[in-house]
Design a protein. Structure first.
Length: 170
């Protein structure tokens, strides 16, 4: 990787991490702390849509770890939930592009949000709450995945149109 590629990756990682941290701090003050819009996934979505899959995995991993450090939740169950959801979302978005190369950014984003929520729900069941009644949250999580996936895609499209020359060449 050229030096400019490393700089772009560092910038995108820092951007996603900062948004992840700010969103975590804001959302932790709400009465439903497990719901997040996932705005830091705009960077990951952008990389996936640019077919930069390895950098998307790096950013998803790094933002979870750096967010855990910054919010003092590195050793809590939040880290495996964040990592599991984020890495599974990148995997599913990438697979979605392979299976349906003409899938829109909105479809890929919703697929990623659904995968993220599904992975986290399964991890919560395996690691924290050993009771199937947890799955009563599934319809709510699907609704939030649809909404957050659409919002994330819209913002990504908006930023791509507004920032001239935005092209990930990593």
């Amino acid at each position: 990787m050229k030096q400019s590629g490393w700089l772009i990756l560092a910038f995108l990682t820092a951007t996603a991490s900062a948004v992840h941290i700010i969103e975590s701090l804001i959302m932790s003050m709400l009465p439903v702390p497990f719901i997040r819009v996932g705005l830091s996934n705009i960077v990951v979505l952008y990389l996936v849509m640019e077919r930069q899959i390895a950098p998307a995995f790096v950013v998803a991993f790094a933002k979870s770890v750096l967010g855990g450090i910054a919010t003092f939740s590195l050793l809590s169950p939040m880290l495996p939930l964040s990592l599991g959801g984020g890495l599974f979302a990148v995997s599913m978005m990438s697979l979605g592009l392979v299976i349906r190369p003409r899938f829109s950014i909105f479809g890929i984003s919703v697929l990623g949000a659904l995968a993220h929520n599904a992975a986290q729900l399964i991890l919560v069941r395996l690691l924290l709450i050993h009771n199937d009644s947890l799955f009563v949250l599934t319809p709510i999580l699907i609704l939030f995945a649809l909404l957050s996936g659409l919002v994330t895609a819209y913002i990504c499209v908006y930023l791509k149109e507004r920032i001239p020359g935005l092209k990930a060449t990593i």
